[in-house]
Design a protein around this ligand. Structure first.
Ligand SMILES: [Zn+2]
Length: 122
């Protein structure tokens, strides 16, 4: 069954999480179709994030992150901005870094609002 088909049954498929790539002019583009995604920059929602920490995975049905998305696909694809590690405060005040497994199986830190994490995890 395709990802798009699941929606009809009220099931939200997991968001595809990919690392953004950049074109020759350093503009972020979708790694799947090459479309520039610069205008979508902002808060994005990842459904059913594959968080590496078990306590976080149990707590989050969706994760707010910062980055881009591409709307030219029948499924949701989010391209989180990469952060260096757990300290994402240099990036945006009040945000923290959490580890998430991307669709390519690599684990990277992405930014999420600190209060999201503190509300969910004691
Ligand atoms: Zn795309």
């Amino acid at each position: 069954m395709s990802r798009a088909g699941l929606g009809r049954f009220g099931i939200v498929p997991p968001t595809v999480v990919r690392e953004p790539t950049r074109d020759a002019e350093n503009i972020p583009v979708c790694p799947e179709c090459g479309h520039p995604v610069v205008k979508s920059k902002g808060s994005q929602r990842i459904e059913k994030p594959d968080l590496v920490h078990v306590a976080l995975t149990a707590a989050f049905d969706e994760l707010i992150t910062f980055g881009w998305r591409c709307e030219r696909h029948p499924y949701e694809i989010v391209l989180p901005m990469r952060v260096g590690g757990e300290d994402a405060s240099a990036f945006v005040d009040g945000w923290t870094g959490v580890e998430i497994r991307f669709s390519d199986e690599h684990v990277r830190h992405v930014a999420t609002p600190e209060r999201e994490v503190s509300e969910h995890v004691e």
